[in-house]
Design a protein around this ligand. Structure first.
Ligand code: GUN
Length: 294
């Protein structure tokens, strides 16, 4: 069994990005500028956005954090958020921006996503980017699937002719990853099955996977009996579970029962330190691409 070290690969890619940025700056270009919009105080979102801002520093990018308070008593209006998006769309100093999800329930997430200019949509969530991706046109790819594909590529794990099973059909991970891996080419050329909450006998499907991607957010729900000997297992889950031994009172838990599953695998990603750091690095790559395109 070989551990896929996403943290190490991400560090290498951040160095590559930083070098590309310094080369651009020495040619007289501005530093790439990523803006992040954060509404409220969701614990996970606070952590993710802090990691994104830190990654910007490591890559030599400029970053801006736009924070909004929103409480049930004083909710942020959708109108105000849309106004901010309009400003960012029209700000020539901003190359790309993200609105961290989830948003408070009174705000229409899809409306917000569609308000972002596709050329600045470095999350790759706008229908224009999603549609272009599904037919193999240049676009911003959703960060988590792009990170997974890059990990497979850097570890020399071919997807060509392989059975890939993805558990989870989210717009952010499952669907875009399926589209990327069924595309012509390598990475690509895989036979992809997407499982979800209505899939009967999940284990019967997952046991056929050469590459199994787990993206449901259900901690430790993928057990050893669901995994074929020699499979590659990619764990996208990052759920906070109570852990009295930690100062914070919680630890991150993946979707895979790691201790039981790892001995059966040829390759497996740990949580933390697997897919997570690659997601952030993909966002940095998209931002660099946005800056280069402008
Ligand atoms: N929430 C969870 N993952 C993501 C992400 O990749 N981008 C944004 N904007 N919000 C998220």
């Amino acid at each position: 069994m070989q551990l896929i070290d996403g943290k190490a690969v991400a560090a290498t890619i951040k160095k590559e990005i930083a070098e590309a940025v310094e080369a651009r700056v020495s040619q007289g270009h501005r530093r790439p500028h990523l803006a992040a919009v954060l509404v409220g105080h969701d614990g996970g979102s606070e952590t993710y956005v802090a990691h994104k801002i830190k990654a910007c520093e490591e890559c030599g990018f400029k970053s801006s954090l736009i924070r909004f308070e929103s409480t049930p008593e004083a909710p942020l209006s959708e109108e105000e958020l849309l106004k901010t998006i309009d400003k960012l769309n029209n700000d020539p100093d901003v190359d790309g921006f993200i609105v961290q999800l989830p948003l408070p329930r009174h705000i229409d997430e899809q409306k917000v996503i569609e308000a972002i200019l596709p050329e600045k949509d470095v999350d790759g969530f706008h229908p224009s980017n999603v549609g272009r991706q599904s037919i193999g046109l240049p676009c911003f790819h959703s960060a988590t699937p792009a990170g997974i594909v890059e990990l497979l590529r850097r570890y020399g794990i071919s997807t060509r002719g392989k059975n890939v099973v993805i558990i989870g059909r989210s717009n952010i991970v499952g669907k875009p990853l399926a589209a990327m891996l069924m595309q012509k080419g390598d990475p690509g050329d895989a036979t992809v099955t997407v499982c979800h909450s209505a899939t009967p006998d999940l284990g019967e499907v997952t046991r056929r996977a050469d590459i199994l991607v787990c993206a449901t957010g259900r901690p430790a729900s993928v057990t050893a009996d669901m995994v074929k000997d020699g499979a590659t297992v990619i764990d996208v889950g990052t759920t906070r579970v109570p852990d009295a031994s930690k100062k914070s009172g919680w630890r991150l838990c993946g979707d895979v029962d790691f201790e039981a599953v790892a001995p059966k695998c040829s390759f497996i990603t740990p949580v933390p330190g697997g897919v997570g750091p690659m997601t952030i690095v993909s966002l940095m790559l998209n931002t660099l691409q946005a800056a280069q395109a402008r």
